[in-house]
Design a binder for this molecule. Structure first.
Ligand SMILES: Cc1ncc(COP(=O)(O)O)c(C=O)c1O
Length: 389
């Protein structure tokens, strides 16, 4: 009954763990990646006003022009990217909408797309839906999960069309240095490859140098699509709003396809996004400070558990400990942990083959939940380790 294309995309392994835990009692959920904060009030107020002001109709397929103008200013101010709001910006349903459209407009059947592994599960799915050939590039713990230009270079062939990068990274929490980013940009230019830069976690970095955006580097504007999301930055996962910046021809094609899929993201969410980027930004600092404290608690807690190897993640709200000492498939380990402790987390292999041997824990939950989870893991895992020896 179903078309072949439905077989190309697997169900999310995050959901698999989440569903397995449903209905059980005394569960501590560290699976789904969304801030435990509510959307800031000033954004909600702007959305209610948008309804009253009549933003209840279709808009331009790329989004309202005043919203795109506000987004262009944000991109210039925060990311150093120059974008013409009329031609180089598209509002989409979450960052997800931008990711899918970028793949659909750039990738021909048979084109190779290099993407991070372990990585965000939809990167792989979008390549498959576009008929592309997914080519995983391994993110290695010894490099802080920052992708290396030299590792990308080894994978480039005549058929390579697109490179996906994502920092701060889901699922590892890794960040990348500006110097490595520059090397990647040079490589993309030299080998004529497009870059899809996934900035969904741009606001969540715990120190380090001021990050450069690859789309702002010399020679990169014409080959980079940068996507931003309001989901994590402003705790707006349910509003489904994000946007992409890219070369005029690519954005025009994304707009054309969006017209036939979604028309445009809801006008109300567009106005909420405009308020988010033009309003006070202290909500971000509050979230960032809170996540930083939780990151410190979870890193220290995990580091003190026998058999776990982990470094403090530089960004996002995930931690990706190496649990290879347990000599078990990460899925089996995640299920055992769920069954025996009630802590639900995600197996690293759910993020690609190079995620095997790791677990992902999302710490966008209260410190109490983190401490409770650490306590349960600490009284369980060392015993399991003894058995595995
Ligand atoms: C790396 C990454 N990119 C993009 C997204 C898409 O987020 P949204 O569609 O909610 O903006 C996510 C969501 O988890 C993500 O982790």
């Amino acid at each position: 009954m179903l078309a072949d294309r439905t077989k190309l995309v697997p169900a999310s392994e995050i959901r698999k763990m989440y569903n397995m835990a449903r209905g059980r009692s005394n569960i501590l959920d560290l699976t789904v990646g969304q801030p435990d904060f509510d959307t800031p009030d000033f954004i909600k107020v702007a959305a209610k006003k948008a309804i009253d002001d009549g933003y209840t109709k279709y808009t331009h397929n790329a989004g309202l022009i005043e919203v795109r103008e506000a987004l262009a200013k944000k991109a210039k101010r925060e990311n150093g990217i120059d974008a013409n709001p009329e031609k180089e910006i598209i509002c989409t349903a979450g960052g997800m909408g931008s990711l899918l459209l970028a793949n659909l407009v750039l990738v021909n059947p048979g084109d190779e797309v290099i993407y991070p592994d372990p990585g965000f599960v939809s990167h792989y799915a979008h390549i498959m839906l576009s008929g592309g050939v997914p080519v995983p590039v391994q993110l290695k713990r010894e490099n802080g999960f920052a992708v290396r230009a030299e590792d990308i270079e080894k994978l480039i062939t005549r058929k390579t069309k697109l490179l996906v990068i994502n920092y701060p990274n889901n699922p590892t929490g890794g960040v990348i240095s500006n110097s490595e980013l520059k090397k990647i940009a040079e490589l993309a230019i030299a080998r004529n490859i497009f870059v899809l830069a996934d900035e969904a976690y741009e606001k969540f970095r715990y120190g380090g140098e001021k990050p450069l955006n690859i789309g702002s580097l010399p020679g990169m504007k014409e080959r980079t699509i940068t996507l931003f999301s309001f989901s994590k930055s402003y705790a707006m996962t349910g509003w489904r709003i994000g946007f992409a910046i890219g070369p005029e021809e690519i954005v025009a094609a994304m707009v054309r396809i969006q017209e036939h899929i979604l028309s445009m993201p809801t006008a109300i969410s567009q106005k909420a996004a405009e308020a988010a980027v033009t309003g006070p930004q202290d909500c971000i600092k509050i979230m960032l400070d809170t996540f930083r404290k939780r990151r410190d608690v979870i890193t220290k807690g995990l580091q003190s558990i026998e058999g776990i190897k982990v470094d403090p993640p530089g960004g996002a709200f995930y931690i990706f400990p190496d649990v290879s000492a347990y000599k078990m498939k990460s899925f089996d380990l995640a299920v055992k942990i769920l069954d025996d402790t009630g802590v639900v987390l995600v197996h690293g292999s759910g993020f690609g083959r190079y995620g095997e041997g790791y677990l992902r824990l999302c710490y966008a939950v209260s410190t109490e939940v983190i401490q409770d989870a650490l306590g349960r893991l600490d009284s369980y895992l060392p015993k399991l380790l003894k058995k595995s020896r």
